[in-house]
Write a protein that binds this ligand. Structure first.
Ligand SMILES: *Cc1c(COP(=O)(O)O)cnc(C)c1O
Length: 398
């Protein structure tokens, strides 16, 4: 018989009663170092004082009022995001998929407003992940996510990731814009080259296209900059973000320059929950931490420390891992044994990690992770790697 909770996930048989910082405590008392952070979402870790107090206080005053009225918390959050980024204006929603939907709608509408309604197509990259709505599984383009859901939504073309020639070849008179992740997350922690991102800007300018970055996973401080595209020194026309922006409270955002933002006139797009006082209070509490002087530099330093340890791990276990890639606190270990085995071995060591495409194990701790916790995670990864050595597995099978 089917479970009352719809069985659309493969859940690990563990649940958590509470957390403290980078640690999660299971209902049976086991303590785990959380290097999954709810898939790069619990950016301030668990039980963060400032964030939880802000949410509780705001919930006690007013949670939701609808976008029929002004929402000061949303105005303040938008103002701060604009002040800290390329953007001129921000639209709030509740998830990454919705942020991407808003971005693609705004791209199409910008072209229509500029007298080119035939330009509606968006070029995306192979190996991408843009979310699970009908349009976003088409933007993602992965056959596994499209299977059984009928015809794909029209308007998305796919080219190999990190290949500028292929992208330029795919531009047609119907192309409105480009949407790529600066670092593909679900696809296996695959960073784009800075030259590729710069080349996308040049191609967009040359052909009059709009450039969008999906920073749902790579944004909000994950790489040590507010947005990962900043490392390449590229100015996009729009960025979608979500995951870390609410520190675990559902919140998404589409940031855009004026050319794109002004397409979303009243009545053109909306959401009931998006940008509520409660969600935006959470977003502001997260920004209080992220934008504090030195915090993002601290993420860079944590990322460097972690990366050095991961490089050592790959060197010590060449039959378990072939490479490490990523930036800041978005790192991936490319596995030579099934990544599910590595994930299970980590779990045995009391370390939570997340699988990703291309047989990668994703390491995405809360951004507040400390040096001692990074070192402890490296120790536990070492223990997990030892369990996963193919020679050991063969001996165990005898
Ligand atoms: C997680 C993710 C999404 C989808 O976000 P949801 O909140 O699950 O809708 C989109 N793009 C990227 C890059 C993601 O990592």
């Amino acid at each position: 018989m089917i479970s009352p909770l719809m069985p659309n996930y493969n859940r690990i048989d563990v649940s958590f009663s509470h957390g403290e910082g980078a640690w999660l405590v299971a209902s049976d008392g086991r303590r785990f170092l959380d290097f999954g952070a709810g898939i790069a979402t619990s950016s301030l870790g668990h039980g963060h004082e400032g964030l939880s107090r802000t949410i509780a206080e705001q919930a006690g005053r007013v949670m939701h009022v609808s976008n029929l009225y002004r929402v000061p918390q949303a105005e303040r959050l938008a103002e701060r995001l604009v002040g800290a980024s390329f953007a001129d204006s921000v639209f709030f929603c509740n998830s990454g998929a919705e942020a991407n939907e808003a971005l693609v709608k705004a791209f199409r509408r910008t072209m229509a407003d500029e007298g080119k309604p035939e330009r509606y197509r968006v070029i995306c990259a192979e190996g991408a992940f843009h979310g699970r709505t009908l349009a976003m599984i088409s933007a993602t383009g992965n056959a596994k996510y499209l299977a059984g859901f009928g015809p794909a939504v029209d308007g998305f073309d796919h080219v190999p990731f990190n290949n500028l020639n292929a992208l330029r070849m795919a531009i047609t008179p119907e192309t409105a814009g480009i949407l790529v992740e600066p670092i593909q997350g679900e696809g296996g922690v695959r960073p784009a080259d800075a030259a590729y991102l710069q080349g996308l800007r040049a191609a967009a300018d040359e052909f009059g296209l709009l450039l969008g970055f999906d920073e749902v996973q790579s944004g909000m401080g994950r790489t040590g900059r507010l947005f990962a595209h900043e490392w390449a020194g590229v100015q996009p026309d729009a960025v979608s973000t979500a995951k870390g922006i609410g520190g675990g409270f559902p919140l998404g955002a589409m940031l855009a320059r004026e050319r794109v933002a002004k397409a979303l006139v009243p009545g053109s797009h909306g959401t009931t929950y998006g940008g509520s006082p409660l969600a935006c209070a959470a977003g502001n509490a997260v920004l209080d931490v992220l934008l504090a002087p030195g915090f993002l530099d601290g993420v860079v330093a944590s990322g460097d420390r972690f990366r050095a340890g991961l490089d050592g791990l790959v060197h010590r276990y060449p039959d378990v891992f072939s490479a490490v890639r990523g930036q800041g606190l978005l790192q991936g270990l490319v596995c030579l044994v099934p990544n599910g085995e590595v994930q299970a071995a980590c779990m045995n060591e009391g370390l939570l990690v997340v699988a990703a495409g291309e047989n990668v194990v994703r390491l995405i701790p809360p951004l507040i992770v400390g040096d001692a916790e990074i070192d402890e995670a490296l120790l536990r990864l070492d223990g997990a790697a030892r369990r996963c050595r193919p020679s050991l597995m063969m001996n165990a099978a005898k």
